[in-house]
Design a protein around this ligand. Structure first.
Ligand code: URA
Ligand code: SF4
Length: 187
């Protein structure tokens, strides 16, 4: 996004979340990356710092990326379906997702990623319009506007399910991200 678009997004009041947020949380990482990750919405830490995925979930996410040899600074652009924190971290409402979609579309247009990773059911529903459990959806390549899309478990779910066993959610997520890394190498 250009400077003036970023400025406009930072001052957006298109939905009610504008009245309770501290900061509009737009992105981190590399805007020229071939890979874009879309999460749900900012939490408390993100709202305070104005950067997505900087709390516990974010640290877990960065570790998973490094585990499969992806550099969180250079190989990926990270954002959320919703740019402002919902009060008490409740799930974003349909109207809020709809209001914020224009910003997400501008990000998708500007970054033009080859591969998109969707973390958690809210991001999957926002982009693909599919409702369902992540246990069924994760690990299955989808297509959206000619891009490869990989749904994965949300890092906050992985923090609640920390088993290191083979076939546990953490292991499956590493497999999914490894498939993403391999897809990025294909031309
Ligand atoms: N969870 C998300 O979905 N996004 C963030 O930015 C932080 C936590
Ligand atoms: Fe604007 Fe999105 Fe924030 Fe709502 S959540 S005020 S649409 S930036």
């Amino acid at each position: 996004m250009t400077g003036s678009t970023l400025q406009a997004c930072s001052a957006c009041t298109a939905c009610d979340l504008a009245t309770t947020r501290q900061t509009v949380v737009i992105s981190r990482g590399n805007p020229k990356a071939d890979l874009m990750l879309i999460g749900e919405a900012p939490g408390a830490q993100e709202d305070a710092q104005g950067i997505p995925f900087v709390g516990r979930s974010g640290r877990a996410l960065d570790q998973l990326l490094r585990d499969v040899d992806l550099d969180p600074e250079h190989d990926i652009y990270i954002c959320n379906a919703i740019k402002c924190r919902p009060p008490n971290n409740r799930r974003p409402k349909k109207a809020e997702l709809a209001a914020c979609r224009a910003w997400l579309d501008l990000q998708l247009e500007a970054v033009h990623p080859k591969v998109i990773v969707l973390t958690g059911a809210t991001a999957v529903e926002a982009i693909l319009g599919i409702k369902g459990g992540m246990t069924q959806l994760r690990g299955q390549w989808q297509s959206w506007n000619g891009r490869s899309v990989m749904p994965i478990f949300h890092p906050s779910y992985l923090l609640r399910n920390p088993s290191k066993a083979v076939g546990a959610p953490l292991d499956l997520t590493r497999q999914d991200l490894d498939a993403v890394r391999r897809r990025l190498c294909e031309r």
